[in-house]
Write a protein that binds this ligand. Sequence first.
Ligand SMILES: N[C@@H](Cc1c[nH]c[nH+]1)C(=O)O
Length: 412
Amino acid sequence: MMHPLLHTPYLDNDLLQQRDKMVATLKQRFKTYGYQQIQTATLEPYDLYVGNPKIGNTDEMIKVMDTSGKVLVLRPDVTIPITQQIATAHMNVGEDTRLFYIMDVFGYRFEDDQKQRTQAGVEYFSNRTPAGDAEVIALAIHILKDCGFPEFKLEIGHAGFFRALLAQANLSNEQIAPLQTYIQTKNIAEMVDYLATLPIQETVKEAMQHIPFLYGEPNEVMEGIKQNGLNGIVQAELTYLVDVYNSIQAYGLTDHIVFNLGLINDMNYYSDVIFQGFVNQVGNPVVMGGRYDGLGDYFGARIPAIGFAFDVDLLLHAAKQHGLFTTLKEDEPIAVSYNISQQKEALAIALALRERGYAVVTYSTNDNRQAASKETVHIICETDSYNLYHGEQAISFQHISEVIQLLQERGS
Ligand SMILES: N[C@@H](Cc1c[nH]c[nH+]1)C(=O)O
């Protein structure tokens, strides 16, 4: 059963801690594959997007005006500005460049009311090779494993597959759009009716009707393609996909791979392999990516690249749904309360604890404040005695070193 996305207007402390932990896991994994972090501006010139055929619909971008009347957009995508930066700096990829990011994207192509989403992604600038593409896909799978998802699927398709079929049909963009939707939603009945209205060859119609079925175990999908005589049209794309798949085999990760030749991404910049990752019970993909070798051309540079982005909030939601949140260390602060005559000494104790990374709250008992809860470690500094209370236990101490030793022994 699919669960709708939960919309949290804000994240509470627990969720934020889980989110930080998840982001740390992703960052760590990106680093182990040799990626370096990059950050781009949140507000970008609208000109970066307008008029670029490789960039989707600019209507849905959030626009603002600066004080001089110049139109800016809130970063709708990360791949585009990074490609522009690399294009400006390099013109051609000499050396491989591996970049990762944790950045928000705004207002673009989201079905729901949430106009801001955090992406954790990578961009790998390098010439197209099956081994390079396989490494990026393996990294995405590695992350899903790191997060602890027991079951997930990575669907692989090819941006050129649908395009090659379309090239035979000579259709306008308006005619293509519904077709794309029918394929994405696997709405075969309406697709058949719609195809009947289009002026295209019967063989092409049949091929298109077959696209939604080209899903599943890679060998079976390839067999289905042959049986339907589709391989002649898209031979090069298919051979490449199989090469990538064979390379993923070397990582021992093919259990998670399915082919989906009906995969169509709304981003227009993809040129070759595209992929999306799904975990059970979550309808939308938690990760999307693909190769976009032609995007740099728009910025005047030949810089082939492949990348992906995880939707951090969706991933968090999925982890919660699957009960994958680990219990975090109890971080309730230690309470230090003191008689005003002992203020200096008590504050020195608090400082020493804070210096060691403990969270500490202090208050004067003369202020008549609420007592700490039973679970809290509570240090009370009175004129003639210093005591530490925890649950039923009460221990008196002379020196802060005794407190630190006690805390360490308890593992708190
Ligand atoms: N920018 C793409 C993901 C991606 C990164 N690199 C390549 N593709 C997206 O937001 O869907």
